[in-house]
Ligand binder design. Sequence first.
Ligand code: C2G
Length: 138
Amino acid sequence: MAGKTVITFGTYDLFHVGHLRLLQRARALGDRLVVGVSTDALNVSKKNFSPSIPQTDRIEIIRSLRCVDEAFFEESLELKGDYIRQFKADTLVMGHDWEGRFDHFRDLCEVAYLPRTEGISTTQIREDMIRRGFITYS
Ligand code: C2G
C-alpha cells in the first residue's frame, strides 16, 4: 500500500479534546491512521475499569473523525504486534505515559510517544461529574 500507515490504541471513554489532539497528531505522522479501540472486556479484565460508554458507541465516534481512516476493536493488550502486522503499520503511536513500554516493537515498525494534553482526562471528567452530583457510584 502506498503511503505511511500509523496505528494507535486507546479506550477513548467520554471522548474529549485530549483524545482528539492525540489522534490528529498521530494522523499527521503519516497518510493513513488506524485506531484500535480497547473493548469493554479488555478494560474490565486488564485495567479493572468499566467504561462509561459502550464499545460500539466509542468505536462509532472514533470512526466518524476526519483524522481516522479505520478503526477496529483491540481485544487483547498482548496482540499489538499482530495488529501492527495485520494493518501493515509503519508507525506505532502511544501517549507519553507509555514511554519506553513498546520499544520492543521497533523491529516491526517505528514507535513514537506523543505528549498528552495537560489538564484533561476521562478520570477527571468522571470525578467532576460525581462532585457536581450528576452521577453517583454504588
Ligand atoms: N490522551 C492524551 N491526552 C489526554 C488524555 C489522553 O493525549 N489528556 C491520549 C492517550 O495518551 C492515548 C489516547 O489519548 O494515546 C487514548 O487515551 P485512553 O483512552 O486513556 O487510552 P490508554 O489508557 O492510553 O490506552 O492498548 C491500549 C492502551 O491501553 C492505551
